[in-house]
Design a binder for this molecule. Structure first.
Ligand code: NOS
Ligand code: ZN
Length: 356
């Protein structure tokens, strides 16, 4: 598959953090405006390299430390709105037709904004970004509760309050070790009571037991990363695989895995692209989606993730169409909108690619 085809292919991203995807030049400008002086570089190209290198640490905790610099400059209504506009523009330029973008509202209160104001600012930015791209992209927000703090119930309530007004669901993120998802059970119960969607980061830094807790105790509809579910899969010498009970449950219930290969290499969740479990998971029938996680911090884009998969596994349009349809199906949009996305945008887009 050629680079131009990869760029043109319609894409759906379900796992992309707003505060992990800023333009380096924007960070520098916003830092000047708000008087933040701790940036590691004032040169956009250097700053981009700094993020990718600092995040390439082999540890999720150190990967997450880099977000201090992005969150520091995302504390005003204007800054949040600008970052959201640019996020939508950058994704649209990368061929993304639908995106669920997550962020933790509690991390944007330092300059006096309230939780509702944060959500309204980001939503306004997404609407403006959709408008500027001529409607080529649709963006929905997911509100993230941080697993090491105790505000998840409040963020779940915020999700319910803003549902159907730009917010499609909820997520739990942050350091996984020592912060199991069941700590946030009241948040999940609140969401269930109100029939709201949620996904949980699990199986990234901790093994299959974390995925088990996210699915069976917390009721996650999708799993962020989830790649360590391979702990429950035995691969035989002839390439066939046997699934343990948890892996079979996740596969059989079509619980989507939001796989983010480049991020996994940086945090040590996977060794390299060629041996990344995404291919095993796809071949064994999981509902696999391909994602960026953090475009700035991981130095990636959807196009780049596609390109890495072409090199590692020789994927062509058929596999990318499968990932993209899977992502649309697993999205938190109402079913008629998912169908419209698949039938009117994704299928025709891939058909046009094949004809070209
Ligand atoms: O891959 C990840 N695993 C866990 N937490 C993450 C990951 N990427 C980003 N964040 C965390 O989510 C917050 C809200 O967007 C970010 O500030 C970061 O701390
Ligand atoms: Zn993530």
């Amino acid at each position: 598959m050629h680079l131009s085809d990869i760029l043109r292919a319609p894409k759906v991203v379900l796992h992309d953090h707003l505060d992990g995807g800023l333009r380096p030049a924007t960070i520098i400008e916003l830092a000047r405006e708000c008087g933040y002086r701790a940036l590691p570089s004032e040169d956009p190209a250097e700053l981009a390299v700094w993020f990718r290198d600092a995040a390439d640490s082999g540890s999720l905790e150190r990967y997450l430390e880099t977000f201090a610099h992005t969150c520091a400059v995302m504390q005003t209504r204007a800054a949040l709105e600008r970052v959201a506009v640019e996020c939508a523009e950058d994704l649209a330029a990368d061929g993304v037709v639908y995106a669920e973008i997550r962020y933790a509202p509690e991390q944007h209160l330092e300059a006096g904004l309230g939780l509702d104001e944060v959500v309204e600012a980001v939503n306004a930015g997404f609407r403006e970004g959709e408008r500027r791209t001529g409607g080529r992209i649709t963006v929905r927000a997911l509100l993230t509760g941080m697993r090491h703090t105790d505000r998840s119930l409040e963020i779940a309530e915020l999700t319910v309050a803003h549902r159907d007004r730009g917010v499609a669901g909820f997520d739990i993120a942050g350091g996984e070790i020592g912060n199991p998802p069941a700590r946030h059970l009241p948040a999940f119960q609140h969401l269930r009571r109100h029939n709201c969607h949620y996904t949980i980061h699990a199986g990234e830094a901790v093994g299959a037991e974390s995925v088990h807790e996210a699915v069976q105790v917390c009721g996650a509809e999708r799993i962020g990363h989830g790649v360590r579910i391979t702990d429950d899969i035995t691969v035989h010498d002839d390439g066939t695989a046997t699934l343990g009970p948890l892996a079979a449950y996740v596969r059989d219930n079509r619980i989507a895995l939001e796989v983010c290969p480049t991020s996994n290499l940086q945090t040590g969740a996977a060794k390299d692209y060629a041996t990344h479990p995404i291919d095993l998971l796809r071949r064994t029938g999981f509902r696999v989606t391909l994602n960026t996680d953090n475009r700035l911090v991981s130095g990636t884009s959807m196009g780049e993730e596609f390109a890495h998969m072409v090199t590692a596994f020789g994927y062509g349009p058929d596999v990318f169409e499968e990932f993209t349809v899977a992502a649309a199906e697993a999205s938190f949009l109402p079913l008629p909108e998912r169908r419209r996305l698949i039938d009117e945008v994704i299928r025709p887009g891939y058909a046009a690619l094949r004809e070209a």
